[in-house]
Design a protein around this ligand. Sequence first.
Ligand SMILES: Cc1ncc(C[n+]2csc(CCOP(=O)(O)OP(=O)(O)O)c2C)c(N)n1
Ligand SMILES: [Mg+2]
Length: 348
Amino acid sequence: MPRKRTTRTQSGGASATAARSKPPLPKGLKAADLVDYYTRMVQARSLDERIWALNRQGKVPIAASSQGHEAAQLGSLLAAEKDGDCFLFPYYRDLALKIAAGLTPVQVMMSFMGKAGDPYSNGRQFPLQGADLPHKIIQISNVVAAGLTQSVGYAMGCRMSGDETVVLVYFGDGATSQGETHEAMNFASVHKLPVVFICENNRYAISTPQTSQMAIEEIASRAAAYGFPGFTVDGMDLVQCYEATREAITHARAQGPVLLEMSVERFMSHTTDDDDRRYRPEGEVERARERDPVMTLGRTLIEEGILTQKQVDEIAAEALRATDEATDVAEASSPPDESNLHDSVYSP
Ligand SMILES: Cc1ncc(C[n+]2csc(CCOP(=O)(O)OP(=O)(O)O)c2C)c(N)n1
Ligand SMILES: [Mg+2]
């Protein structure tokens, strides 16, 4: 991987023509992987939409949506799974990633409805927040940028115990304005730690646009200041995100950190507590939805003759069925029992 280079890939034109002129699949990627990840993506989108609707019905207290970020999250996850020796530190917007990594729809709904079956915290934390060690995932809190220093510490621990783990840490554009991001990137570079920093740049930190936060266009260019490479990729394109992450993992293991900026679109408000109509220009979200990563991948799979329209419809129907079932199961489940209130609380 070349050092200190940033690239701006073409965006805004994921049309049928662009999809048709795509080069062959990158090394290590099979058509079956794309079908598998498309299926996971459709399931994640279906759950995400339901969670938002349940919030409006008063059944889910709060949620941050990953709609629009799915290709970035799943493309990088696919690279991590192919590598087989990665540990992930996602942030609160990485719902699709956490689902695709292996949580069942029932577990997801239990967590968002604060039920006892929540696999992360038994319904006592912000949804899907904590440690999901079976899937090699940790997200301790919603403190912006805190995951970066934690992940770098984890990478240092892996190095000290002599294992081959590469850490992938996820964060937003706004997180790069935090001092903790500087500390994490600098420390990781000085010690050449195996960390892939993945910035899901949706150009907003809640209501604050990127232009009010920084005078640079590409967040990837920040990497130069720490002495490691940074790249910008189209975060709406799963294959591109896969390929960039795969290369970044190889580089991180051999030489140290990499920063990947994935340009994405936030389709929903910041969280269910926000109303983005107050600060986003009219038509911006509608235009962004023309590049919907779920739609684009489905269309590509049909155009490439990998799936038929009928199979795409069946995938959607099965996802909806699983979402319906999970909603019913979670709604009928009990909240956590007060007898275990102190079970996961630190006691010196
Ligand atoms: C240290 C800290 N400051 C402020 C907040 C409040 N806050 C929550 S999310 C957020 C915006 C983060 O934006 P970005 O990093 O771009 O991620 P996005 O939500 O756009 O994916 C802010 C300011 C927080 N959680 N932690
Ligand atoms: Mg953002």
